[in-house]
Design a protein around this ligand. Structure first.
Ligand code: FAD
Ligand code: 2HG
Ligand code: ZN
Length: 484
């Protein structure tokens, strides 16, 4: 009979394949999620440097029934990249951070091949250096990885023009739960040879395969980017403005980001050395960006804004005159997540709705929450151009973390039921991870859940890839509980 293996013996085997961290102090950062709310013990942190090492590691773990938790930059907001605390058995974190090469840039086919551990920002710079654009853009771009962006189908600030990560991937290299390598790094624009397998892995959050490299789409560079922050009387006015701008053929809109009044106030409080460029008591603000690839009149952006100004009830605006001024305007949008973290107890709701339903949803939900839960701050912001709101909440002074936690199930139910009634989604761009497993089971149909379970069971019958994430420990049980 085979002797049971101790952790130390198993780690020896891992070390024979690749570099591995196993001291508690080295593991801790990898074991704790970005929001500091979930911690799960890992056997170690394996850091393979090649796809062959990943393949050998996966085969070794399959043989010894060690679960694998893929991790990129660990910036995910649903705790998908850290081990689960209970029920996951032995879990090894597989960090892709050493696999960070740009393998090839091909401006002629407008494509680039990057390894999964390359930072998003490194890929953006590599494309820029070749005179092209890689358009995915999000607040965590200096620390999230291409593999993580693919595994979560990341969205971000330029989806309006370029789509989600799913739209930016041409091919993938993936290590399957069997240890086999799928060499799917094709850069073709047309390829109808059977099922589009890459799409199966995009957004699968490490539960179906380990992405080790990707062929990505590049775009013409932007000759000029114009940025403005506008103050508006309401969310409905923001919707009118979006529609007015989108019907103008002379305005190549790349971003349309909503910033609610309380979001601005929170950033003002948490970053007191920064001064907001407009009066901070308008009900809504939008940050607009237009990117020009060709020639255009230098005043085209301001002309466009002037034409829609009165009809849309714009109250005030500031237009950036330099890259530094544009970055200063983006600060007010990109610092909200950090401000929420600094301010203390908070809840996140990464929802999407049909765009036309947003103003009514916001008015109705604001009123319902204020009347039922006095002391909540509604920190609403997000990618309004895509119908994606981060309808987040912070506890006002006097509302303890315990109180917010006690309120949480009812708050969540209120918001998600209303979102469902309006045919929206409770997870627009951050995924499911371990915090939204129960929500997936509640809000997706039996047909959808069965299909997802069938895919999972056929690719990973032993359930060793990222246990407890997306579909739970046993498909769609609710053992992990929910948490926003
Ligand atoms: P991780 O957090 O390491 O992993 C995320 C998930 O992917 C986990 O389930 C993990 O197991 C899996 N995974 C990671 N790498 C691989 C791989 N190579 N193969 C298989 N599975 C893998 N998200 C948005 O969509 N839009 C935003 O605008 C946005 N803004 C953000 C702003 C801030 C300040 C922060 C902190 C986060 C933001 N996010 C946003 C969330 C996060 O940055 C994205 O989800 C990002 O794509 C995660 O990348 P990562 O490398 O950090 O992945
Ligand atoms: C963003 O758009 C991110 O800034 C983070 O998706 C959202 O903090 C959040 O909830
Ligand atoms: Zn977002």
């Amino acid at each position: 009979m085979a002797q049971p293996q101790t952790d130390a013996m198993l780690l020896e085997g891992v070390r024979a394949i690749c570099h591995c961290l196993d001291r508690a102090e080295d593991r801790r950062g990898y074991e704790t999620d970005w929001r500091g709310r979930r911690f799960g013990h890992a056997l170690g942190v394996a850091l393979p440097a090649t796809v062959e090492e990943v393949s050998r590691l996966v085969a070794y773990c399959a043989e010894h029934r060690i679960a694998i938790v893929a991790q990129g930059g660990n910036t995910g907001l649903c705790a998908g990249a850290v081990p689960i605390r209970d029920g996951g058995g032995r879990q090894l974190i597989l960090s892709l951070r050493r696999m960070n090469r740009i393998r090839r840039i091909d401006p002629l086919t407008d494509s680039l091949i990057a390894e999964a551990g390359a930072l998003l920002q490194e890929v953006q710079h590599a494309a820029d250096g070749a005179g092209r654009l890689f358009p995915l853009s999000l607040g965590a771009e200096g620390s999230c990885t291409i593999g993580g962006n693919i595994a979560t189908n990341a969205g971000g600030n330029a989806v309006l023009r370029y789509g989600n990560m799913r739209d930016l991937v041409l091919g993938l290299e993936v290590v399957l739960p069997s240890g086999e390598i799928w060499h799917g790094l094709r850069s073709l624009r047309k390829d109808n040879t059977g099922y589009d397998l890459k799409q199966l892995f995009i957004g699968s959050e490490g539960t179906l395969g380990i992405v080790t490299a990707a062929a990505l789409k590049l775009f013409p560079p932007l000759r000029q980017v114009d940025t403005a922050l506008l103050a508006l009387p309401s969310c409905a006015a923001a919707l009118n403005l979006l529609k007015a701008l989108q019907t103008r053929e002379d305005l190549p809109l790349t971003a349309f980001e909503l910033i609610g009044e309380q979001s601005v106030r929170l950033v003002c409080e948490q970053f007191p050395d920064r001064s907001f460029p407009l009066a901070s008591d308008h009900p809504a603000y939008v940050l607009i960006e237009a990117g020009w690839t060709g020639h255009h009149r230098s005043d085209a952006f301001e002309q466009c804004l002037a034409r829609v100004w009165d009809d849309c009830g714009v109250a005030d605006a500031v237009v950036a005159k330099s890259d530094a001024q544009a970055a200063a305007l983006w600060f007010w949008r990109e610092s909200i997540t950090e401000a929420q973290l600094r301010a203390g107890p908070h809840l996140k709701h990464d929802i999407s709705l049909p765009i036309a339903a947003i103003p009514e949803f916001v008015d109705q939900m604001d009123a319902a929450l204020h009347s039922k839960f006095p002391g909540l701050r509604i920190v609403n912001f997000g990618h309004m151009g895509d119908g994606n709101l981060h309808y987040n909440l912070n506890a006002a002074p006097g509302v303890t973390a315990e109180k917010l936690q006690a309120w949480q199930p009812e708050i969540e139910r209120l918001i998600y039921e209303e979102v469902a009634a309006r045919h929206g989604s409770f997870s627009a761009e951050h995924g499911i991870g371990q915090t939204k497993v129960g929500d997936l089971a509640r809000y997706r149909s039996a047909v959808e859940l069965n299909l997802m379970s069938a895919v999972k069971n056929s690719l990973d019958p032993e359930g060793l890839f990222n246990p407890g994430k997306v579909i739970g420990l046993r498909p769609f049980d609710k053992a992990c509980g929910d948490e926003s």
